[in-house]
Ligand binder design. Sequence first.
Ligand SMILES: [Zn+2]
Length: 68
Amino acid sequence: MAEYCIDCWNRLNGTHYTEKDVKTDMDLCEGCGKWKPVVVVIHRRGIRGWLERRYHDLEYYVQRIRGY
Ligand SMILES: [Zn+2]
């Protein structure tokens, strides 16, 4: 998995995460090439995170029954 700092992550994904929304680890950012805290886990909160998880479950299930 590519590692990106919060600034690059937000730029690439169009999100507005802050240090409080994610778990970071010191690593080399593949976006800006600097040694910075990079995003390792996003703490998805609220209804939107719940819906995204349900959507991924459904997507997985559909792929299973279609035999992909
Ligand atoms: Zn970066």
